[in-house]
Design a protein. Sequence first.
Length: 477
Amino acid sequence: MKDRYIPLAVKANIVLIAVLTLGLGAVTFFYYTEVNQTITSSVQESLQNQSKILYSAIQNFMLPGEAPLAVRFFKDIQEINPLYNVHLYRSNGIPAFSDNTTIEEVNRRIQKNRFSPRTAQLFQPSPSAPPVALEAVKSRPARDVFEQREREGRFQVFIYKPLINLPKCTLCHGSDHTIRGIAEISTDITASIEKQQDALIKAGVLFLGALVLLSISLGRFLHRQILRPIQEIGTVCSMVTRGDFQARTTIHQNDEIGELGKTVNTMVKGLYERFKLSKYVSASTIQSLSEDTSTKKIVATVLFSDIRGFTAFSEKTSPEQVVRLLNRILSLQTDLIHSFQGDVDKYVGDEIVAVFLGEKAPLNACRAALEIQRAIAGEAQEFRGLGVGIGITQGELIMGMIGSEKRADFTVIGDTVNTASRFCSAARQGQTIISEPVFQSLPSSARVDGPFQLKVKGKQESQRVYILKEVPYETPS
């Protein structure tokens, strides 16, 4: 399955938004948590300090047995601040001052009626202590217990502080217990909670605003400084792959991206120079640059072509006309050689050396030769009566990088190359001489003259050759 293409700009925006969301979200969460903890700690600390003050007040009221003053004091506190409440409970959770049980027990302990029973109007009509309050009594050692409750949209914080049965209290309350009561102090923190919620909303709005602003700012920066230059570099590379070597980047940044743009421009210039240079080297040389360049022995068909009468023509013609006509004839031959899967190995003056590989190499070389002869004959007037002689042979030859470290050609050498050159020299204008191995590779329908015995330089024995006339026609690929 082909991977889905996702533009770099989309990836960068996704990463940017994710990072900003996590970063700013973490900051916002930390801020909210810290504010919440600060408010909660502040409330608890305030209640803790207030509970100590009330604890001392309760002791002062209770030591002389002035319970009505304590009840009045609690009511005064609630009247001054309706959001603030104080309740007292006995150690078993029953509300203090709800009956005469404590008075009767104290009178019994001191064995006299020191305290008179209270009337019903003094009793506090309040429910028993909640289960969480009893934790202040049950825990060892006794400790303060905090609780936060929500009811009908209101938030309250409670502190349950155990009242210790001090030695000075044992005369009236006995010494058989450590805790003699529980003080419940509560305050309404709805306003603080609402402030927290407002702060959270404001922080959320600021978070979203900062996220949008930073995303736009950083997105524009990334697009301008990174994404757009990279897209420009990609466009230049795409144009180069299509053969347009005039494309250049216009990046003027003093950073890594700017250096990359300069490097790409330098690379394109170098590629263009190499592209222009490729016109002056064979395809096998270019291929060798990306493949194995080691010297090797191969079997190939070699075609030599030489213009007849060119020397005499050049002596009586201007240099400009000589070069124009020479290039015209060489271009015609080169195109036909390539159309039959041949490779022009080199140009030597007005001579072409071509190499054909593969099973059909002899047949392709012969077809290319016949097409060259027909094409030049058809343009005899334009070519001022010039023609070519061609020699073709097949055999082993050496292919490799020939030359020095500073200048070398990936070319072919060997006896097969020399023999093809000798056949070309012996061929008259319009003739194509082929060797015995080439003739044996042609189909039986091929027409030739011969065989003939040809004495060539460098060979002790005469060579069996043929003059090519016709081979089965096939459209060049």
